[in-house]
Design a protein. Structure first.
Length: 676
């Protein structure tokens, strides 16, 4: 890049640029790169090249003569920061030495190392990772003797998530509990005591947790006028990526840093704000023009990813949101087929249809890795996972584990396996250790008694072994025997759905609330497991399907000639939250039913429904060429039996011209393609 370019900006011509910005960028991107002075909000639609725009903006500033140490670029992942820095240096053909580029936590750590003494910190403070933080919370719970008061007190990880959300959302613990954890309201005062002791222990040991890297950074800026003025003068230009995902704490940090120059450029898309459960606050981006009265608003609306029909549908959908910045995505590809909306009889036929279409796409030459199945909640993929396994379709669950490999599902299955095979030691130990007071050691001792009774469950229940066990172990064993006795009742003992329901009612529901941070999602998984189990005539066939699936994984596909050895071609299954920022040539979005997507709880509040619609928008804009929505018209509900599933309002509110509607005949799901 030895050639020099001139660039016309407004009425001025600026010479001697290494980069031909006018050639490399579209007009909207070029406007941001060259004219984003002062407070600027860049509304970057899906697939519009926001990362490219940020990289070229930084390069432009450096080429224009701004010193690297005066530029702060904040990202949400270390990977994004490294990629942006690398691309800037490639463009400029030189090292951007001194450029401040990193995540909020990375920058916070760096500044606290430099100026921490002004906040009462030494520069040698330690950082607690998530596991360290949970261990410290656990020690606080023990020190306050809360465990001995109530054996059902929430686990340290759950308490830590409440404390963390409180810090990041800038809300009191009481507000967080009342809004998101109402079933813990009796322990609000205890949580507050834990937080006080937790903070004291961190100070005493000279440690900070991840949240402190932001909170102490903010307090440093608020309490030290000297440091605030120094840093706000140093950072002539502040650029923030994914601003719609910032929380209140991050928002306040940026506001103070931008106090002197007021050159703050935030890039984001309010239509893709879907992380409120992580304390992300959409008001940060919606209120940006009010918080910075001289704000210039730029819009990146040219989409390089999806075809016009896909974007037309996405635009019409998000247009129903009231609280948003209006923008319209325009495709560079005019051609393309309409998205499909496919009605199916039930989740079983839905799974068969999707698996069949995936095989057809594979046969037509599309790599499995170019196809994604997206869903609102993990349980919606349970039936599909089994169907893919039976057909030998290799798949990977992005950002998580397969449905039947999740801890809460395996816990429930452990009880069922004990019923099916009373000498299954692994399942005995897992099920026993779910009861308070029983650890792996005592669980193994209990199993020795089971072996002495040759696995006769009735004899095990009536046996009086364990007299020498500590009281807590005896109590746990009593509760386990009680559960086992209920599961052996003749009217339910070979009905997998009734058995799962009984396990939940006997105390596992409460166990989930006390032990898992995302308890409500896991409880929904378990309720749907009951419904799923109803489709099986007996326990043996149910366990055979859900436990033998691994034997089928990936066997039908060999590595192709163009594939890299060791990286098998796999279909992608993902929640929509995990899919944000990614793209595939073909995307299926399943379970488009009212109460499933949008979630039933979202129908109660307008802001929740709008976030669900943004989730639908994100799902739709992941597709490059093909987009298919599926709707099972009936489903089984344990309490109501077979019920009619209404079509998702996100489909009903779209004009019919946005998609092709298809209803699958019975015979279509029976035709199966098997690949050699």
């Amino acid at each position: 890049m030895n050639k020099k370019f001139t660039l016309k900006v407004g009425s001025s011509t600026i010479p001697s640029f290494k980069i031909d910005y006018a050639k490399e960028l579209n007009p909207s991107q070029l406007e941001v790169v060259t004219q984003a002075e002062g407070a600027c909000l860049v509304l970057a639609g899906a697939g519009s090249g926001k990362t490219r725009t940020l990289i070229y903006r930084v390069s432009y500033l450096l080429e224009k003569g701004v010193q690297p140490e005066h530029v702060l670029l904040v990202t949400f992942t270390n990977k994004a920061a490294q990629e942006m820095r690398s691309r800037v240096e490639t463009l400029l053909e030189s090292k951007a030495k001194g450029l401040w580029c990193g995540t909020f936590h990375h920058i916070g750590n760096r500044l606290l190392r430099m100026y921490g003494r002004h906040a009462g910190l030494g520069d040698d403070f330690g950082i607690l990772d998530d596991e360290d933080s949970r261990d410290l919370v656990k020690s606080c719970i023990q020190a306050l003797n809360l465990k001995s008061i109530d054996a059902k007190f929430p686990k340290p990880g759950v308490v830590q998530s409440i404390l963390s959300f409180s810090v990041n959302a800038r809300k009191s613990i009481a507000e967080v509990v009342e809004t998101s954890y109402p079933y813990f309201s009796q322990w609000i005062r205890d949580f507050e005591k834990i937080k006080t002791l937790y903070d004291q222990k961190k100070i005493k040991t000279n440690n900070l947790d991840y949240d402190d890297l932001l909170l102490r950074w903010l307090l440093l800026l608020e309490n030290s006028q000297e440091i605030r003025e120094k840093l706000s003068r140093q950072f002539s230009y502040i650029l923030v990526d994914e601003y719609q995902d910032t929380n209140r704490l991050q928002h306040e940090v940026i506001r103070l840093l931008a106090g002197h120059h007021k050159n703050v450029l935030v890039v984001g898309d309010d239509a893709q704000s879907i992380y409120s459960f992580r304390a992300a606050d959409i008001q940060n981006i919606l209120d940006f023009p009010e918080n910075y009265p001289e704000t210039k608003i730029f819009k990146l609306e040219t989409n390089y990813r999806s075809t016009k029909p896909i974007l037309d549908l996405a635009n019409r959908s998000i247009g129903h949101n009231v609280h948003q910045f209006q923008k319209t995505l325009r495709s560079v590809q005019e051609a393309g087929t309409l998205p499909q909306f496919v009605r199916l009889r039930d989740p079983r036929q839905e799974a068969g249809f999707v698996a069949q279409r995936v095989l057809e796409l594979k046969e037509s030459g599309l790599e499995l890795s170019e196809i994604a199945i997206l869903f609102r909640a993990h349980y919606q993929a349970a039936q599909l996972e089994l169907e893919l396994t039976k057909r030998g379709v290799p798949y990977v669950v992005r950002g998580g584990v397969r449905f039947f490999e999740q801890a809460h599902i395996k816990d429930v299955l452990a009880y069922l396996k004990v019923l099916s095979n009373p000498l299954d030691e692994i399942s005995w130990v897992r099920a026993l250790t779910l009861h308070a007071g029983i650890g792996p050691g005592y669980a193994s001792k209990i199993f020795l008694a089971v072996e002495k009774e040759a696995g006769d469950l009735q004899k095990v229940i009536s046996a009086s072994f364990g007299a020498n066990f500590p009281p807590k172990v005896r109590d746990g064993l009593f509760q386990y025997k009680k559960t086992l006795k209920n599961l052996l009742r003749p009217e339910i003992h070979d009905h997998p759905d009734l058995l799962v329901e009984e396990i939940l009612e006997q105390g596992y529901n409460k166990h989930v609330l006390m032990n898992f941070e995302n308890a409500q999602d896991r409880l929904e998984d378990l309720r749907q497991l009951v419904n799923f189990a109803h489709t099986y005539k007996d326990l043996k066939s149910f366990l055979a399907d859900v436990t033998l699936r691994e034997g089928f994984k990936g066997e039908s596909f060999a590595v192709g000639a163009g594939d890299t050895p060791g990286t098998p071609d796999q279909l992608v299954l993902s929640t929509i939250h995990q899919a944000k920022g990614l793209e595939w040539r073909a995307v299926f979005v399943i379970s488009l039913s009212e109460g499933q997507f949008p979630h039933a709880r979202a129908l109660e509040r307008e802001e929740s429904l709008e976030e669900e619609r943004r989730l639908f928008y994100v799902a739709s804009t992941r597709a490059k060429e093909e987009l298919v929505f599926t709707h099972p018209m009936t489903r089984y509900d344990f309490n109501a039996g077979t019920v009619i599933s209404r079509t998702s309002p996100f489909i009903l509110e779209l004009p019919a011209a946005c998609y092709d509607e298809i209803e699958i005949e019975e015979s279509e799901e029976e035709e199966t393609i098997y690949l050699e």
